[in-house]
Design a protein around this ligand. Structure first.
Ligand SMILES: [Zn+2]
Length: 56
């Protein structure tokens, strides 16, 4: 059984199934200081709702 791996944006804490989405979010967040709704609409949750072991 494969473990599910998620990727978190280190800045806003949104979680993504795909690393490229998390990277896109992180680069957007660091450049603009806010989230891009086009990117965050692909997130599957936020770090505050995730299990503690879900870390970047
Ligand atoms: Zn972000």
């Amino acid at each position: 059984m494969k473990g599910e791996v998620f990727y978190a944006c280190g800045i806003c804490g949104m979680i993504y199934e795909r690393a490229e989405d998390a990277r896109a979010c992180e680069s957007w967040c660091s450049a603009h200081g806010s989230c891009n709704t086009e990117i965050t609409s692909r997130s599957v949750g936020s770090i505050s709702r995730a299990e503690p072991r879900l870390r970047k």
